[in-house]
Design a protein around this ligand. Sequence first.
Ligand code: 1HN
Length: 351
Amino acid sequence: MNAPHPTAPLRQQLYADMHPHNLTPLWEVLHALVPPRPQTPCVPALWKYDTIRPYLLRAGEAITAEEAVRRVLILENPALRGQSAITQSLYAGLQLILPGEVAPSHRHTQSALRFIVEGSGAYTAVDGERTTMHPGDFIITPSWAWHDHGSDADEPVVWLDGLDIPMIRFFDAGFAENDAQRSQQVTRKEGESFARYGHNMAPVNAAPPYGATSPIFSYPYARSSEALERLERDAPPDAVDGVKLRYVNPLTGGWPMPTIAAFLQKLPAGFEGRPWRQTDGAVFSVVEGEGSVVIGDGDAQQRLDFGPRDHFVVPSWHTARLSSRRGCVVFSFSDRPVHQALGIHREERLS
Ligand code: 1HN
């Protein structure tokens, strides 16, 4: 056994004496503060839709959309329970709206995305323009834009909400307001924003209406999936990603939101992807088909098998390897724009 360091009592006394003055020694925590590589508390996790759908429907019996304001079951990272977070920076939840319901109009500084998981015919309204939801559509609610949801459908509609809630909380920069009206008055025809911005053209001499956020409210699945299908047919797949495209803000070519990147990818049948890792932890929503992801953290590895409407999370700097026997389409989102803005984004393709 090593003899105790002669200065140990000296140090302990110093720590105890300065503690009441809100002082603490850096040298005891330095290694944890600047780890050699990212040390996320987040763990990989999978939410099977068959398992969670009954709880969503029970929530539909337990509370109305109006009473809940937003009837959502939060997907909490198992290692971050109680924090309303799926990664350290991102929030994810599944929202249910039933026929005839309204989720009242409000706005907040947090940016939101919706990715439609089940059902058609609900709508979200942003700044007086309604957008009808279909499975696989990617919909944006810009920071501080009024938004309400409603449903003229004859079936339950469920979507994935992705928000930058933990990030805005970290910066203590959250503001929110309820609207005077329950549902916004419709002031523009559906499809106006898409006509203006969604056809590789843009208005002449107009300022971006939502700053750094995309002015396209909905990126319809019919269009995005067609692009992936053509590329799968006509171009070689990427060894890591298969066929993967990112959603863009047409006015900048950049990410659709200042805080969140979003992607749609297709793994061809028989695809066995090479592993990669990236600093931005990512949340996945499976649209069609089946596949699996092997997620590794050092020597520990786990395999998650996914099918349609399942959700999973790959934490920061975990290696991930995607494969699919019969082919699949998956959506994902992450906080990559922030990593890039700070100059700290890293990704690595492994073999
Ligand atoms: C919100 O406003 C929505 O508008 C969904 O649908 C989820 C989670 C936390 C805070 C605000 C929505 C939300 C949210």
